[in-house]
Design a binder for this molecule. Structure first.
Ligand code: PLP
Length: 821
């Protein structure tokens, strides 16, 4: 469907619900608000309402009116006052808290189960529970119901939203009845706050009704600011154990010499602490009347809003960029259908993408929407479970994002090429077809792109050559999660993120001496080679395994540490004097893990008292890079190998001298973000070692991140060993890298990474063949060059993979203005 056609179609279409009434723009809202406030003010001017509980006329009038309105509210839901009571509360959250208090005050505490789509206010109930469980799918709930039985020794409460406040998806209302049928003693709490704003809720059958229903009246009527808790009388006894009482909730209180009190009879009297918001309750009466006069019944509102939501969904989903890519990614639940009011409410949650698939920042959308006077909401939407599952954010990512400065409602909303929140548009009784059409038009006007300005690579070639023709490819990618310990090989074809500070997860952790705080290295503790960390993104853990002879040293040969930098895992910085770990003489603020189990594991393995420490995430701290170290200044390079002059060394460099000062953030790696070696050069080196009867060196001893190899069809003799001495830039897959200069070597390359034994090779042969100016070099320092512009996934989430084609670029192949300084 072409969009312009769609707009016309919307305009011409017979408008089925509010016939005869044309509300354009915000006129509907204005008319409603004006009528409501007028009705309320007429009431206020005509009557004097006193505080209830007195004999005065004004007080009696209040009591009578409040009772009538309570009844009217129950009627709105078809609830029989003999079966239900309604408790006025400040908002839905206050209603949830009342229920939570009742369960908290049970002798053995309570079990709490809640659905993934729950609003934050429902999730908080778990904090007071003895045990709690988050149901991540509907099927899981159905299975749990199907199991039947009470199953639990203590009171149990199951809570879920009737409508997700994230994407408007409506959950099965029959769960309350099913749970009562199959799991007798489990209470149900229905959060109807989002649902009732555009839908009738039928409580006429007390056997099918939830035990507790909470709602926000202001979400239906706009005004007054009130909430309600509707309780099934049959379940009211759970509140008997509520310990608190306040003004108005007790018949009699004794506090001198004896402590005794008698609670009031009616449930609402016992739960409404203090003076009721009586004027708000009066306003509720006016709101119910005006709402019905203008918008008809809640059934009408439901039909009207469902119709509009289906139009909005169609309109947004059909928007596309000039190149055919979609503009809106809508987070619709697979079980729901727009237009079907029992599965979907009038809410559309989505994110916008540019034509290259990159995400548009919500903060940008929000600013423009505000200018155009659209009232929409962005961010985490107070629905952590729903948002995390829709955005596919693992707990470690949410924590990492939090550490990187992401907070609900700030501008920092695209992290690792994933949005951290979404945009939500909700429709109500007062929304019109015109509102829908103008919103779709707005998104198209500002976010649909016609031409496609491609991303610009960071360097310009004098002559373009196809990458395919290259004879090089990535043979392996390795990260060293714990500095100086064994490598983790990135699985073949797995797209691995390249960050400014190097490959993702490289040197995020280190081991620090408990006394000095210095970072341990293989130079002194060769056995570190036998400590093998691996990154398990599925489970969200760093797994550390002891290999070879270390297996006997500790009581267990494997531990796991969460990838999330949960602040509770770390020692208080002040309690550990050595918290400023030293890497290459630089003091860095690594946070040590306080777990005894973790420290014992490494201490027993290496025979030296040490802690595991974590480098704080880049962006954590005061400034954007407050805590990260910066790489040594750009290394000066000369093209002829014989003139190589490189300051600094791996692994223990101190010197940082001349060169163009490009400071790049790195974590705990010693010198540059990434180390690249060439398989051809390694083969040449090993031929020489073997010719002398020595033991060939494995790639691992050089602790490279990237091993670049020539294709198999280049026989050994035809390989170009040490071609990397002349490389200026590398293109790996779609990403660009700058070569910073050769890497200086020391005897650490002699530690066999499988056995932790020290050899003479490859250092002896290296010093015979690769020594310049008294220094020995092998491998190249490398750093990633981000694309210059554009917001595609290439830019937002740069990745490389094993098998990627590699093109080496020499200085004379690139334009001079490329000097990346
Ligand atoms: C708005 C909302 C809440 C919170 O309601 P308050 O009245 O702000 O306490 C809880 N749950 C859902 C589903 C909501 O939409």
């Amino acid at each position: 469907m072409r969009y312009d056609g769609a707009i016309e179609e919307l305009r011409l279409r017979e408008y089925p619900v509010l016939q005869g009434t044309t509300y354009l723009d915000h006129a509907g809202t204005t008319l409603y608000a004006k009528s409501l406030i007028e009705r309320f003010s007429t009431d206020m001017m005509a009557n004097l309402y006193g505080n209830p509980h007195s004999a005065s006329n004004s007080s009696q009038l209040t009591t009578r009116r409040v009772e009538d309105i309570r009844l009217r509210l129950l009627e709105m839901f078809g609830a029989d006052p003999a079966e239900f009571d309604v408790v006025f509360v400040a908002n839905a959250t206050a209603g949830i808290k009342l229920v939570m208090e009742a369960f908290r005050d049970q002798e053995d505490g309570y079990w709490y189960g809640y659905h993934r789509d729950a609003h934050t206010s429902l999730i908080g109930v778990r904090e007071a529970a003895f045990e709690h469980h988050c149901f991540t799918t509907d099927t899981e709930v159905d299975e749990w119901i199907g199991e039947g039985g009470d199953g639990v020794r203590r009171p149990a409460l199951f809570a879920y939203p009737a409508q997700s406040n994230m994407n408007g998806r409506r959950l099965p209302l029959e769960w309350s009845r099913c749970i009562r049928d199959k799991r007798g003693s489990v209470y149900t709490l229905l959060d109807a706050a989002a649902y009732v704003s555009t839908s009738p809720l039928d409580l006429s059958d007390p056997d099918a009704a939830p035990d507790f229903t909470v709602l926000s009246l202001y979400k239906i009527f706009g005004f007054p600011d009130l909430g309600a808790l509707i309780v099934r009388q049959a379940s009211a006894s759970i509140f008997d154990k509520r310990r608190y009482f306040g003004g108005g909730t007790v018949e009699s209180v004794v506090c001198l010499r004896e402590q005794w009190h008698a609670k009031k009879e009616m449930l609402h009297e016992r739960l409404e602490d203090g003076t009721l918001p009586i004027h708000s309750i009066m306003a509720l009466d006016a709101a119910m009347s005006v709402h019905q006069e203008l918008y008809g019944s809640m059934r009408d509102v439901s039909k009207h809003t469902s119709f509009l939501a289906a139009k909005l969904y169609e309109g947004l989903s059909s928007l596309s960029h000039g190149n055919g890519a979609s503009v809106c990614h809508v987070y619709k639940d697979s079980t729901s259908t727009y237009g079907e009011s029992h599965t979907q409410g009038p809410v559309v949650a989505f994110n916008l993408q540019n034509q290259h698939g990159g995400w548009v920042s919500n903060a940008e959308v929000e600013k423009l929407a505000a200018i155009k006077n659209f009232q929409l909401r962005t961010g985490g939407l107070c629905n952590p479970g729903g948002v995390a599952s829709s955005l596919d954010l693992a707990p470690w990512e949410m924590r990492a994002n939090f550490s990187a400065g992401q907070r609900c409602g700030n501008d920092n909303d695209i992290i690792r090429a994933k949005p951290t929140g979404m945009i939500r548009v909700s429709l109500g009784a007062m929304s019109t077809l015109n509102d829908v059409a103008s919103f779709v038009h707005f998104v198209r006007e500002f976010f649909a792109q016609d031409a496609s300005p491609a991303v610009t690579p960071p360097i310009t070639l004098k002559q373009s050559k196809p990458l395919i023709a290259s004879r090089l490819h990535v043979e392996s990618l390795s990260v060293y999660p714990i500095k100086s310990c064994a490598a983790f090989s990135v699985p073949p074809r797995k797209a691995w993120e390249v960050r400014r500070e190097g490959l993702a997860w490289d040197r995020e952790w280190c081991l620090v001496h408990q006394g000095t705080g210095a970072a341990l290295s293989q130079k002194r503790y060769a056995e570190m080679a036998l400590i093998r960390p691996s990154i398990d993104l599925e489970k969200g853990v760093l797994r550390v395994r002891l290999m070879g002879r270390l297996q006997e040293t500790a009581s267990t040969d494997e531990i796991t540490v969460p990838l999330s930098a949960d602040p509770r895992l770390f020692s208080d910085e002040n309690t550990f004097k050595g918290a400023n770990a030293k890497v290459c003489g630089d003091s860095i603020k690594a946070k040590t893990y306080k777990s005894r189990q973790i420290s014992d594991f490494f201490t027993q393995a290496l025979g030296v008292a040490c802690h595991l420490a974590r480098f704080p995430a880049v962006g954590d701290g005061d400034g954007p890079l407050a805590c990260s170290r910066h790489s040594k200044p750009h290394l000066q390079r000369k093209q002829k190998a014989g003139e190589l002059h490189v300051p600094g060394a791996f692994p223990d460099s101190r010197a940082a001298t001349a060169g163009t000062a490009v400071s790049k953030p790195i974590l705990l790696s010693n010198e540059s973000p990434i180390l690249t070696i060439s398989r051809s050069s390694l083969n040449r080196l090993n031929e020489l070692i073997k010719a002398d009867g020595g033991k060939a060196a494995q790639a691992e001893v050089f602790r490279a991140n990237i091993v670049v190899a020539e294709g198999l069809h280049y026989p050994p003799g035809a390989e170009q060993a040490y071609a990397e001495d002349d490389w200026r830039y590398l293109q790996i897959g779609q990403q660009y890298f700058e070569m910073l200069g050769p890497c200086r070597r020391c005897q650490m390359v002699c530690v066999d990474q499988q056995t932790a034994e020290r050899n003479q090779e490859p250092f002896v042969t290296l010093s015979k063949t690769r020594r310049f100016d008294g220094r020995v070099y092998f491998g190249e320092h490398t750093s990633h060059l981000p694309m210059k512009n554009g917001a595609s996934a290439l830019v937002q989430n740069p990745t490389i993979a094993v098998g990627d084609a590699v093109r080496a670029l020499l200085s004379d192949e690139v334009q001079d203005d490329n000097m990346y300084t």
